[in-house]
Every structure is written in C-alpha cells, then in structure tokens.
Design a binder for this molecule. Structure first.
Ligand code: FAD
Length: 316
C-alpha cells in the first residue's frame, strides 16, 4: 500500500514538473514573441530604428540587398520591413524575403500587406504562412489603386477593413500608414485623420508615415492625430533625396512635397554634390525629429546602405 502511494505521489510529482516545464516553455515562447511585437517595443523604448526593404526583382540585385542588410544590421534595428508589390504583384517574393531575413539574419521583421483586389481566401493563405512562421508584425495597407482601375475583387476596399480582418485571425501587432501631408485621394486633412482613426479603432497599434521633407508637416500631423484622440505611436518615414529627378517622380505619386529652397539647392548639381546635400538635409531633419521626441525613425533604404549609413553615423 505504501509502495503504491509512493508511486502515485512520484507520478503526481512527475506530472507536476512536466506541466510546469510546459507552462514555462509556453510563457517563455509567448514572452519572446511579445518582445518582438513592434507595439510592445514602441511602448518600452524611447525611440525605435527601422529599415524598409523591397524584394529585388532580379537575382543580380539580391546581392545588393544582402550586403545592405549585413551593413545596416550593425545598428541593431528594432525591426525591418519588407514591402508588398501593388496588387500583390510581389506576394511570393515578399513572403520569401520576410522569412529569409528573419531566419538568416535573426532580425525582427514586419511584412507589408495590401488588400485592394485581394480576396479573403488569398489573405487567409498569407496569414496561415505568417502564423506558421511566427511572424507577428504586419503593416496593413490598402495599396494604390491600379492605373486602369481594374480591381479584381472588392472584398476589401480600405485598409481599416484589412486591419479588422487580421485582428480576427491572429494575434498580430498591426501597423498602419499615416500621411503628414494627407493622402493624395483624401478630400481633406480632417477626413484623412478620421479615416486614420478608423484604422486604429479597428486594431492598428502604430503608425508609420509617408516620407516627408519638411518636419513642420510631421509636427502638425502629430498634433492633429493627438487631438483626434488617437494614442498610437507615430514612426517617421525618412528618405534622403539623392537624385532630384528620380525623387520628383516619386513624390508626385505619394503626394509629398519637396521644399522649394531644397529643390533650388539641388538643381544643376553633380551627382556627388546632390548626394552630399541630400545626406546633410536628411541628417538635420532626423536631428530635429529626435530633439522633438519622435517615437521612431523608419528609413526607406531603397535596398542601398550608403545613405542610411551616412545619416545614422551622425545621429546622437
Ligand atoms: P487607406 O487607409 O485605406 O486610405 C486610402 C484612401 O481612402 C485615402 O485617401 C483615405 O483617406 C481614404 N479612405 C480611407 N478610409 C475610408 C473610408 N472609410 N471612406 C472613404 N474613404 C476612405 N503600397 C504598396 O503597394 N506596397 C507597400 O508595401 C506599401 N508600403 C507602404 C508603407 C508606408 C509606411 C506607407 C505610408 C505607404 C505604403 N504603401 C505601400 C502605399 C499605400 O499602399 C498607398 O498610399 C495607398 O494608396 C493607401 O494605402 P492606405 O493603407 O493608407 O489606405
């Protein structure tokens, strides 16, 4: 009888130790996952640093991205993000690069995901892959409307619907896009903030802004966002101007403006001088943002390291 009792006690103890081990393992895993959630990082850090990459179209450009990641990694970014081609055109590559960067470089990754023209079924497939691979961070976007307005599916019309959908499908940390100068299709700055609030109310936890070259737009945006009752942290999107004609085409599409004084400084300059002016300008821009307690700096690297590296080495 006593032997029987002893065995029972031992078995109970074993079960207890095993349960404790499982519980510890689960909580450690959850802790690790929580640590990687951008919303949590933003809560606990004064200022975050992040880099944006796009999946290279050609194999010969992959080496440039590998080299860029290798060099920028030394700055210990809080996360890096991988863009998603318009209408899902880079879907497979975006997922592949998201997983590759997480695995090969051990970096915290956020995948961009656009919803215009997507079906719920196609989004479900992506969510399944992200869940399976412990990718917790998603930047939920509508995506630009196709030039021919040829939209394959109307299951999602706006980003807030994607945020809502993602929230119902997993424990993701979701970011959304913000526009210091207003989104180009928006009827007014007030409406823009109203729609931004819908994305946050639907479950968006942080905001990453469109690029801007005049900090006054950013400061004004932060003020309008706060006034609307939005509490989510705002990360500033930074892109140095390295080539005037190239950037002019780019800002035309995204609705940002280049200050006239900066355009004048850059006009008729050699490539080298333009680079110097662009870096100097963006560095000053970042320093002013830091002095005003910006929550994060997100660099649009265009897969190159030089410019971001040259700015970062001069920041406090
Ligand atoms: P939404 O928030 O849905 O807004 C789109 C437009 O609809 C706006 O004019 C808004 O004011 C209006 N709107 C919103 N809600 C409503 C409503 N309920 N009723 C009426 N109007 C409404 N694009 C890509 O293709 N791939 C990327 O990887 C990518 N990454 C980006 C990263 C950042 C940080 C930013 C700022 C933009 C990025 N974009 C990307 C561009 C983005 O997809 C475009 O700017 C797109 O046109 C809008 O996306 P959104 O998520 O802001 O859309």
């Amino acid at each position: 009888m006593s032997i029987l009792l002893d065995n029972k006690t031992k078995n109970n103890e074993k079960t207890c130790t095993f349960s404790k081990f499982i519980l510890n393992f689960i909580s450690l895993k959850n802790y690790r996952r929580r640590k990687l959630r951008i919303s949590e990082i933003l809560k606990h850090k004064n200022r975050t640093l992040s880099f944006e990459f796009f999946p290279p179209k050609k194999i010969e450009n992959e080496k440039t991205l590998f080299d860029t990641i290798e060099i920028l990694k030394q700055y210990n970014p809080d996360f890096v993000s991988i863009t998603y081609g318009a209408g899902g055109s880079t879907k497979e590559k975006t997922i592949d690069w998201t997983l590759k960067i997480k695995k090969d470089y051990n970096l915290n990754v956020m995948m961009h995901l656009t919803c215009i023209s997507s079906t719920k079924e196609s989004i479900d497939n992506i969510i399944e892959t992200l869940n399976k691979n412990n990718i917790d961070n998603i930047l939920a976007l509508r995506g630009d409307l196709p030039n021919d307005n040829n939209i394959n599916s109307m299951e999602f019309k706006y980003a807030y619907e994607l945020v809502e959908y993602l929230k119902g499908k997993g424990d993701f940390s979701i970011g959304v896009a913000g526009y210091p100068e207003g989104h180009p299709e928006s009827p007014s700055l007030e409406k823009d903030i109203e729609y931004l609030k819908m994305k946050i109310d639907a479950g968006g936890e942080f905001i990453i802004t469109q690029l801007f070259f005049d900090n006054r737009y950013f400061f004004d945006f932060v003020e309008r966002v706060e006034k609307s009752g939005i509490k989510a942290p705002i990360v500033a999107g930074i892109m140095p101007i390295l080539n005037l004609s190239q950037i002019e085409r780019f800002v035309d599409m995204c609705g940002s403006t280049i200050p006239e004084s900066l355009t004048k400084k850059l006009e008729n300059k050699s490539k080298e001088d333009m680079y110097k002016i662009g870096i100097e300008y963006a560095t000053k821009q970042c320093i002013e943002l830091i002095e005003n307690n910006v929550k994060g700096l997100h660099f649009y690297t265009l897969n190159k390291h030089n410019a971001t590296h040259d700015i970062l080495k001069n920041l406090p």
